[in-house]
Design a protein around this ligand. Sequence first.
Ligand code: NAD
Length: 466
Amino acid sequence: MVIKKICCIGAGYVGGPTCSVIALKCPDIEVTVVDKSSERIQQWNSNKLPIYEPGLYEVVLKCRDKNLFFSTNINKAITEADLIFISVNTPTKLNGNGKGRAADLKYVEGAARMIADIAQSNKIVVEKSTVPVKAAESILRILRANHKKGVKFQILSNPEFLSEGTAIDNLINADRVLIGGEESEGGQQAIKELSWVYEHWIPAEKIITTNTWSSELSKLAANAFLASRISNINSLSAVCEATGADISEVANAVGKDSRIGSKFLQASIGFGGSCFQKDILNLVYICECLNLPEVASYWQQVIDLNEYQKTRFTKKIVELLFNTVSDKKLAILGFAFKKDTGDTRESPAIYVAKTLLDEGAKLHIYDPKVEATQILDDLTHPSFTPDPEGVRKAIEIYDDPYQATAGTHAVVICTEWDEFIGLDYEEIYSNMMKPAFIFDGRKILNHDKLANIGFFVHTVGKQTVY
Ligand code: NAD
């Protein structure tokens, strides 16, 4: 079979950009991205896309309604497709106390059931969502138990390694594409067909093929490695603050070792985003189920350290503001979990805001790309507060960083937006309460310059000197 039509179930941060790039690079393939959310699909078909990613709008504009379609007609897209990506969300399954570890596969299961129900011809079904090892087995069981007579399914694992904020570049210039499949003849044939799609722009040597379980585990492993590097450096940042060593100097010296390398050695307030924590929790859960408690607790430490880092940073804010922030105005600059995205899922800024609000602070919040409605939703959500009205009264959301910082006691940098580096801090200082503090949770500012202006500066991994 030559792939002529692709359907992607899930028009989110992965499905949308991935299929836009496939459409861009494969003009001979018709790509339809479907979602059960008509609002999301409507946004994909508008001039204001539902997600912000540098370069995404341009790609969508080039391909939309030519060989790229966004639709709620799931039935039609599945019926016509040769290959179907499942790119739905796989959140952490919460238990009674709001905590959880296992991946909740209900959306994956829902997608598999839809495919089984609708398909009338052979399909290659591709796990694009991040799933636990052996999820393909469950998907296949659903597909094969419900299939119509004569319809055959092949299942592949093709995890996505894109990083939000650089998704389009990551997709176009991928470090690698990973495809896992069954060792059977049908499985190998399916791998060839998906490889053919990627070979439109990815060099063949960058397309790695493995068995299904290696592919599924590699995605969890990659995120666990990346997050653990962040926790590695953040753990040492605490030692720096206690001793007078400087984490930037330590990271530079350590990163020069070619075996270690310099990437992902930036100490910070901690990692966020929808993936790192969720995928490590999932790995921990799998290890526990496999009766590997030592391995489970090893990876759990990466998350615990991240929690510790966020707590440490926020405690320091309160401590340095004379042990109370009650009724003080503080400016939060940056609400997205990282720069160049409008995504706030698991953003450290939410944690910082919660702690400061619990301590009685008034928050002025500014982010260049996160919508005010999103900030309000995050901070008044029942899982965040039992008192949404109280929170609403305690926060103000701004669309200008100078207005957000005016009249505040402190500026707290939660996201490493480039825009924050270029702000006029003399002007900001002149409009703030004195003494004026800056808490740089991302280590992006010139701290000596800020100190010369008159700010008290605290950053991660460096002793605060007065
Ligand atoms: P998302 O929440 O942004 O998008 C998922 C979409 O799937 C939603 O729009 C939802 O409405 C839709 N959906 C769910 N069930 C559906 C159904 N039955 N029919 C139609 N639509 C349905 O999620 P995301 O960030 O795109 O992540 C998707 C998967 O990719 C997750 O498993 C995630 O772990 C993985 N992943 C995410 C990233 C990332 O940076 N966000 C990177 C790599 C991998």
